[in-house]
Design a protein around this ligand. Structure first.
Ligand code: PLP
Length: 479
């Protein structure tokens, strides 16, 4: 399997998996996508039934990874998906909520959010790719969940260091404690005197400096990373297999996905494109409803920072869905020329509209539908699911459940992806049900643990000096 760019750069020179593992971004600004989607025929899907999660993951991922030996891949996958890391051998258990609606629990990993599923694997894939010889200094910005998930995935990995910028004093006490209590000499928490946008600007400035970037072997593990998408494809197979049982042909299975950067639901689109019989992909947004607007109207209009609301499902507070380009590439017949003209229009006018164009039919045939929720919806849904189903869900998952209940059709079985545990969002849970969410034992006293972080000014030179002074040294020969 080789990879091309959504904007055309690699079409005549497709890249192997290991070449896109680090970056995901092509030199023309496009995103890496597989040359064509690997196909699972119906009997091949049935043959996956009954496999344990690591074996299932290896079978699916092997179709995307051509240049890591099958044995090595199986070992990496088995090391990532363990009962110790994810709380059960099922890794992503499916639990019934009410008739026609289930939850696929994706958030029992080390940091209690679904991003662990992809990042735990990515840490091991990167370590393997570096081969004990090369180094990688990961530079990132976080407003909460991604940073800790990345740090817990990369800690202890040979040849990898992390520099994570976070806005000082602007995360929840739990999120701060989760990140800052991590005790690993190669994990660097930089608490920036500024906002999340300032942190992102600092990362862009440093990573955009080609010489600095090369000298310190800087990399990123952001949500456009293709290996993250591939890792997420696996649990769509897992959820579909768990929901269908022996009557596979009679059950129409759809997924409802709380969405921000479009990474999670894109993995569902990929699974569907690989032949998994997913009926519909239900995109759920919060008040930041760029994606809902697109699937309803055909108009894609990313927002600016000033138009982005801070909500009670903060990991979905996104104004521009970075993975959306991969979906539009497919809708546009995988034609980089057409994709580029849409993105040119986006750059010129700030939006594009597919309604009334031939592409709109492709969108409608791609199985996507959408809905949105407000804070009041989430609180009501958390309360109602707790009362009726005796299950406590977090505000992001509540976005998904709210929209799933609204859009579910007669005999459809909807699997809502649980993207975080309620323990991470105590204030909203208290508002909904009047008590604090339970915490997994490992996190009970996390706020009391010693914290390690370095306060830095919102100043490029200061951050650059810190990174230069603490980065793993690049060996004499070029990487
Ligand atoms: C990241 C995240 C999301 C959004 O996922 P995308 O892949 O960005 O669409 C939803 N919920 C939680 C809890 C998250 O951490």
């Amino acid at each position: 399997m080789r990879y091309v760019s959504t904007r055309g750069a690699w079409q005549s020179d497709p890249q192997p998996f290991r070449a896109i593992l680090l970056e995901g971004l092509a030199p023309d600004g496009g995103l890496a996508v597989p040359e064509r989607y690997p196909r699972f025929e119906r009997d091949e899907i049935e043959a996956l039934r009954g496999l344990a999660y690591p074996a299932l993951a290896t079978a699916v991922l092997a179709r995307f990874v051509g240049d890591i030996a099958h044995d090595a891949l199986a070992r990496i996958v088995a090391a990532a998906y363990t009962r110790e890391a994810f709380g059960s051998d099922d890794i992503t258990p499916l639990v019934a909520l009410e008739p026609g609606l289930s939850l696929l629990r994706l958030s029992n990993g080390p940091t209690l959010a679904f991003k662990d599923i992809a990042l735990q694997l990515l840490g091991r894939l990167l370590e393997h790719a570096l081969g004990g010889e090369r180094v990688l200094n990961i530079l990132g910005a976080t407003s909460g969940d991604t940073g800790s998930s990345a740090e817990y995935a990369m800690r202890g990995k040979r040849g990898i260091a992390v520099f994570m910028l976070s806005p000082r004093g602007r995360m929840s006490a739990f999120q701060e404690a989760q990140m800052y209590s991590l005790d690993d000499p190669a994990i660097h928490n930089l608490a920036v005197e500024g906002t999340f946008d300032d942190c992102q600007d600092l990362v862009k400035a440093l990573a955009g400096d080609a010489a600095f970037r090369r000298r310190h072997a800087l990399g990123a593990v952001n949500s456009i990373n293709w290996a993250r998408i591939a890792a997420q494809v696996v649990y769509y197979f897992k959820g579909w297999l768990a929901a269908t049982g022996v009557n596979a042909a009679k059950t129409r299975v759809s997924f409802a996905v709380p969405s921000g950067n479009f990474g999670n639901v894109l993995a569902g689109h990929v699974a569907r494109s690989m032949g998994l019989p997913i009926e519909r992909l239900i995109v759920a947004t919060n008040e930041n409803d760029v994606l809902d607007e697109f699937f309803r109207s055909g108009r894609y209009r990313p927002r600016g920072a000033g138009e982005t609301h801070a909500t009670s499902s903060p990991s979905m507070d996104i104004s521009k869905a970075s993975n959306f380009e991969r979906y539009v590439y497919d809708v546009a017949g995988r034609d980089p020329q057409r994709l580029r003209s849409l993105w040119d229009e986006l750059a010129r006018r700030g939006s594009f509209d597919l309604h009334g164009t031939p592409l709109w039919r492709q969108v409608q045939e791609s199985g996507f539908v959408s809905g949105r929720s407000t804070h009041a919806d989430r609180v009501a849904t958390i309360r109602d699911v707790h009362l009726r189903d005796r299950v406590l869900i977090d505000p992001h998952t509540a976005d998904g459940v709210k929209v799933a209940r609204e859009l579910r059709e007669g005999d459809e079985h909807v699997i809502c992806l649980e993207t975080a545990l309620p323990a991470k969002f105590a204030a909203t849970i208290r508002e909904a049900v009047g008590f604090d969410p339970p915490r997994p034992a490992a996190w009970v006293d996390v706020e009391k643990r010693p914290q390690r972080f370095t306060v830095v000014a919102n100043d490029r030179a200061e951050v650059a000096a810190y990174v230069a002074g603490h980065a793993l040294a690049v060996a004499g020969r070029a990487a």
